[in-house]
Design a protein around this ligand. Structure first.
Ligand SMILES: NC(=O)C1=CN([C@@H]2O[C@H](COP(=O)(O)OP(=O)(O)OC[C@H]3O[C@@H](n4cnc5c(N)ncnc54)[C@H](OP(=O)(O)O)[C@@H]3O)[C@@H](O)[C@H]2O)C=CC1
Ligand SMILES: CC[C@](O)(C(C)=O)C(=O)O
Ligand SMILES: [Mg+2]
Ligand SMILES: [Mg+2]
Length: 343
């Protein structure tokens, strides 16, 4: 069985005399910075002037340009959007990188697909929480945490694993568990998970269910509650106790329907398509497409995003959620669609 690392496995004092520069203050950036600070770590933020800069200052951080932050830190965690990292790294981080510093990532995309090629004299590692940044912060505040993967790409100092574990502990992830992996495994499994299951698979499943019901004449509001709203309640039970716990709580009728109809929807054809998605990731085809899409100012991304936001499930959902004050929008429109060239 794979070793799972918990708090007791990390050297709590490892980061005590070190400065961490968190580059970016978005979903992951704000969570890592605040969790590390609450864990007693000296954190500065690296950004460009703008919304995130103002927010980080409001939250009490010292904010610097990316270059200034990277220059003064022992540990540099890059939490910029993947598609922005190469340019910012080349222009603002690489020129000030010194031997013995550590370069960290929360996703291996740019190292694994050779977009960033770091010098040989710095440690390079990743600490990748397996969950959205806003939950990395929220669970930390609740005394819990989001599990994380860690991987070592270069270990010049011989201390990379100690750093990875101390960092994972600082953001609260070792309360839930840390697993050692490689950049390749993290990158490929993370891309596959978000495309086939967690994001792409799920949104397509939800929309297909909603459309099937509304096209058959059922009320959109009923279809919304059935196919989207209730999903969280079902997932919570799976999160807490796996498929068995969810099936314990639902009716036997639902469980029988789960057994006989689920495989009719997610068929062997779906699995065969998942294998093709995985192959595109492994071959670098997906990465190439995403890099080129950004170089072309994201025409396809923007068009699909606009269309998706106007889907009937979104329109009816906005109205219904406005009537449920307890369903708070925890993260307000995080990302505007960026239409400028990224790399
Ligand atoms: N989102 C998630 O939950 C997860 C993300 N990851 C990984 O974490 C990394 C960060 O992703 P995520 O948190 O989603 O990113 P976000 O898009 O949420 O945050 C981006 C941040 O980068 C800043 N930024 C963008 N461009 C620049 C620039 N040119 N110079 C300086 N700052 C800039 C933004 O500031 P501004 O306001 O100025 O635009 C913002 O603060 C990625 O590698 C991702 O794959 C890993 C696990 C989960
Ligand atoms: C599931 C999407 C994710 O991989 C994540 C939150 O873990 C991401 O890249 O945002
Ligand atoms: Mg992920
Ligand atoms: Mg991801």
């Amino acid at each position: 069985m794979t070793k799972v690392y918990y708090n007791g496995d990390a050297n709590e004092t490892y980061l005590a005399n070190k400065k961490v520069a968190v580059i970016g203050y978005g979903s992951q950036g704000h969570a890592h910075s605040q969790n590390l600070r609450d864990s007693g770590v000296d954190v500065v933020i690296g950004l460009r002037k703008g919304n995130s800069w103002d927010k980080a200052e409001e939250d009490g951080f010292q904010v610097y340009s990316v270059k200034e932050a990277a220059d003064q830190a022992d540990v540099i965690m890059i939490l910029l959007p993947d598609e922005m990292q190469t340019k910012v790294y080349q222009e603002e981080i690489q020129p000030v990188l010194r031997a013995g510093q550590a370069l960290l990532f929360a996703h291996g995309f740019n190292i694994h697909f050779n977009q960033i090629v770091p010098p040989a004299d710095v440690d390079v590692l990743l600490v990748a929480p397996k969950g959205p940044g806003h939950l990395v912060r929220r669970t930390y505040e609740q005394g819990a945490g989001v599990p994380a993967l860690f991987a070592i790409y270069q270990n010049v100092t011989g201390e990379a694993q100690e750093l990875a574990l101390a960092y994972a502990q600082g953001i609260g992830s070792l309360r839930a568990g840390g697993l050692e992996t490689t950049f390749k495994e993290e990158t490929e499994t993370d891309l596959f998970g978000e495309q086939a299951v967690l994001c792409g698979g799920l949104t397509s499943l939800v929309k297909a269910g909603f459309e099937t019901l509304t096209e058959a004449g059922y009320q959109p509001e009923v279809a919304y509650f059935e196919c989207l709203h209730e999903l969280k309640l079902i997932i919570d039970l799976m999160y807490e106790g796996g498929l068995e716990n969810m099936r314990y709580s639902i009716s036997d009728t639902a469980q029988w329907g789960d057994f006989v109809s689920g495989p009719r929807v997610v068929t062997e054809n779906v699995k065969a398509e998942m294998k093709k998605v995985l192959k595109d990731i492994q071959d670098g085809e997906f990465a190439k497409g995403w890099i080129l899409e950004n170089q072309a100012n994201r025409p396809v991304f923007t068009a699909i995003n606009n269309r998706e936001n106007e889907h009937q499930i979104e329109v009816v959902g906005r109205k219904l959620r406005a009537m449920m004050p307890f369903v708070q929008q925890q993260q307000k429109a995080k990302k505007e669609v960026v239409t400028v060239a990224k790399n």
